[in-house]
Structure formats: C-alpha cells, structure tokens
Design a protein around this ligand. Structure first.
Ligand code: B8M
Length: 141
C-alpha cells in the first residue's frame, strides 16, 4: 500500500542527513530522500547505496552481510499505521531483488542495484508512493 510506504519513507529518510558525510552522497545527487520515489530520479549512484546502508544501520535493518534483516525489517514496517499490510510484502520484494544481485561484491554498488530493483517492483505492484504523499506525512516524524 502506497500510503504505508509514504510513512516508512518519511521516517527512514530522516536518517539521511546523519549519513551524508560518511556516504559521500551530495545534495546535488539527492536533495532529500523523498525524491527516491520521483519519476525522474535515477537510482544509480554508488553513494546512494552507501547512504542506504548507513541509514538502515541506524534502525538495525541489515544483517552483517548487508542483506535485509527479515525480522527487524518486518517489525520496523509494522510500527507504522497499517504497517502490517506492507511488512512481509516489502521484505519479500527486497529479498527477491537481493537474489538477483548476489554476485556484486562491493556493498554500496550492490545495495543501490537492489534499491533500484525494489523501486521498479514497488511501482509495478502499486505500493510506490508519490512524493506529495510523503510530504504530507513528513511532519509526523
Ligand atoms: C530499507 C527500508 C527503506 C524503506 C524506504 C524506502 C525506500 C528505500 C529503498 C531502499 C531499498 C532497500 C535496500 C536494502 C537492501 C540491502 O540488500
């Protein structure tokens, strides 16, 4: 559900500023995390992968091998309004994308590929939020 995903993105995106320096993700590449879902934002930069790893670590969403932590991710998403309808779906989509890029050894490069795959699949399944939907809930977090 796209509404739930707007909440997850608004909350998760708050960690971006803490991760800017160590990830090297410039504001020119990505000004705010909500733009991840924008039609004209291309999920291609290695630095975005590094940023997603750093951000995910703030919420313990990854395992030691930088793959998704299924239980923690499920619990994280369930905490948002109607989160239970998206939690397992999200874990399944991300895990399916991880399997497709398992051979990439560089963590940041692999994670940005997984994130791009996740964006495509989330759009296909109608659970990708519009940027305006994210903006509408950002003040809650
Ligand atoms: C990690 C949950 C973030 C939810 C916010 C919305 C979109 C962000 C996309 C990141 C995709 C997750 C990639 C992590 C996979 C690690 O193998």
């Amino acid at each position: 559900d796209a509404e739930v995903m707007s909440h997850v993105t608004a909350h998760f995106g708050k960690a971006l500023e803490e991760c800017r320096q160590e990830s090297g993700l410039s504001t020119e590449i990505m000004e705010e995390f909500k733009h991840f879902w924008s039609e004209d934002f291309e999920v291609v930069h290695r630095e975005l992968g590094c940023a997603i790893i750093c951000m995910s670590n703030k919420f313990s969403l990854l395992q030691d091998d930088t793959r998704i932590h299924h239980v923690n991710m499920n619990d994280y998403v369930k905490n948002f309004p109607n989160g239970e309808i998206l939690a397992q779906k999200m874990v399944d989509l991300i895990h399916n994308c991880e399997k497709q890029y398992d051979d990439i050894t560089d963590e940041c490069s692999r994670v940005v590929k997984v994130a791009a795959c996740f964006k495509v699949d989330a759009k296909r399944d109608g659970i990708a939020p519009e940027v305006t939907m994210i903006e509408a809930v950002m003040e809650k977090y």
